[in-house]
Design a protein around this ligand. Structure first.
Ligand code: 5GP
Ligand code: SF4
Ligand code: MG
Length: 467
């Protein structure tokens, strides 16, 4: 999912809309914006794309100087309008709206305890638990209630919250998902506008300047009195999702303070060093394989070209919840360029193999277009374990690499050769060169490649060995 917040701008909802537009790749099922003018909170949510939901007329119904927004792709909770965000709950603590990126992992226990205490849940989304915990907190100030609530949930949460007159932004202590803070300087001595977004690419359209990340375990509050910050957890080791750098985030974003473009290019270079193969042409699987393929081509000296053309009017295929839609999606989405591929030894670069079905179709497609050899190179290690922190990987039985060797996968996808980037190569790629300040190979979650989860709670049923 993508989250966005704006504090102190006369057109806060419109800025949030622009931000969400830049975060559309993080979720395409539903989107929503809640705005506040100091007294009232309004929200509008819908199924589909940001641009389909928010016309000028709709934005006009969202007045106020503050707003938060969300683009959703479901990992838990149904993919229905009911679970679209921001979720607003009116309680003894006043009205609170929340937009959440990530997944909580101890939600069963937390939810039961809250329901025993009389909480009435409005949605089946795990995100509502955070608000219900705030509502049921015995602390006296709202900030204390929020900090207490955040210290009780485990898992991944990069969240923005809004009350009638304040904005809060927080990240879980592992810092699984990104969240950055930016600033638009006020004109003619007017106070600055503060913005928060899942990815810094959302700042550019607003002419907001990236200021810093919200830190793991940090709660930032923006109000009339300015920006204040406190930590609700300082003892947990950072475990930021490395898959954001592999696939999820846009290359024009800075994630955990590190340019995604630089990481991806290094992944491609490292892949060429680890498992180069004689070939005539490097072809990315668009869009996710493009930057790594450029790195691979630069390192290997083999020409790069777009041998597969993507139809840009088809969204991210895996974000469609159903396998049926996904299968049809691949053929709708990609088409080979015969004039480039004919008679060539081709290296295909993609970011990951999950079920193997997409990769198999692509290899067949490239061969059918005349390629003499098709070598597949993947810019991360084999995905052997599901994600519980906000990326929709299927359970272990459907992960091809959980149950098959690299050679078996090669046979299944019908490639002449197949190689993955090593784990050491991947963490190295995300921490070398410029803009890697403060990040070390140990700063990342790599659980989907190792099966070693940084949190105490995981869904055991999902990681049982396949039968
Ligand atoms: P596959 O060959 O596994 O069917 O598909 C590989 C491509 O689709 C990769 O580009 C991968 O990023 C994307 N993909 C397909 N299914 C999923 C999924 O369930 N989760 C994730 N994270 N990516 C997927
Ligand atoms: Fe990211 Fe994988 Fe960890 Fe999930 S398990 S947070 S996808 S690195
Ligand atoms: Mg892809």
């Amino acid at each position: 999912c993508g989250v966005m917040a704006v504090y102190n701008h006369s057109d806060a909802a419109r800025l949030t809309y622009w931000g969400l537009y830049s975060l559309q790749h993080r979720g395409q099922e539903s989107a929503g914006i809640a705005s506040a003018d100091g007294t009232e909170v309004n929200d509008i949510k819908g199924m589909g794309l940001v641009s389909e939901i928010f016309t000028d007329d709709v934005l006009a119904k969202l007045p106020g100087y503050m707003a938060i927004g969300h683009t959703r792709y479901s990992t838990t909770g149904d993919s229905a309008l009911l679970n679209a965000q921001p979720i607003s709950v009116d309680s003894t603590k006043g009205l609170i709206a929340i937009a959440h990126n990530g997944n909580l992992v101890n939600l069963g226990t937390a939810r039961e305890r809250l329901e025993r205490d009389g909480a009435l849940f409005q949605t089946t989304s795990d995100s509502e638990i955070i608000i219900q915990l705030i509502a049921h907190s015995k602390k006296t100030t709202l900030v204390d209630c929020i900090a207490e609530s955040l210290s009780q949930v485990e898992g991944a949460f990069s969240i923005v919250m809004m009350t009638r007159n304040r904005i809060f932004a927080a990240r879980d202590p592992h810092g699984f998902r990104p969240l950055s803070m930016g600033r638009i300087p006020g004109v003619d001595g007017a106070p600055d506008t503060f913005v928060f977004a899942s990815e810094t690419c959302a700042f550019d359209l607003l002419h907001a300047k990236y200021e810093r990340d919200v830190k793991p375990g940090e709660l930032v509050m923006v109000s009339e009195d300015g920006v204040t910050s406190r930590y609700f957890n300082t003892t947990t080791q950072q475990a930021s999702c490395i898959f954001e750098h592999v696939y999820f985030a846009r290359p024009d974003s800075k994630i955990y303070g590190r340019w995604v473009q630089q990481s991806r290019e290094q992944m491609g270079r490292q892949l060429a060093r680890e498992s180069g193969v004689p070939a005539d042409l490097i072809v990315p699987v668009p869009d996710s394989g493009v930057t790594a393929a450029l790195g691979y081509a630069a390192e290997s000296g083999i020409p790069f070209n777009f041998g597969l053309i993507r139809n840009h009017y088809v969204g991210r295929t895996f974000i469609q919840p159903e396998q049926r839609v996904r299968d049809f999606g691949v053929r709708m989405k990609l088409n080979p360029v015969r004039s480039l591929l004919e008679g060539k030894r081709v290296v295909l670069i993609d970011d990951s193999i999950i079920r193997g079905t997409t990769s198999r179709k692509i290899v067949r497609m490239v061969r059918a277009a005349g390629a003499k050899e098709v070598h597949m190179r993947i810019s991360c290690p084999p995905t052997i374990s599901p994600c519980f922190y906000g990326v929709d990987t299927p359970s272990k039985k459907d992960l091809i690499a959980a149950n098959h060797s690299v050679e078996e996968i090669r046979q299944y996808i019908e490639a002449d050769s197949l190689a993955y980037l090593s784990l050491v190569g991947l963490t190295h790629a995300c921490t070398t060169g410029e803009s890697a300040d403060g990040l070390s190979p140990g700063s990342f979650c790599t659980a989907c490649y190792t099966g070693e989860y940084p949190t105490q709670w995981v869904d055991v049923a999902e990681i049982l060995p396949a039968v």
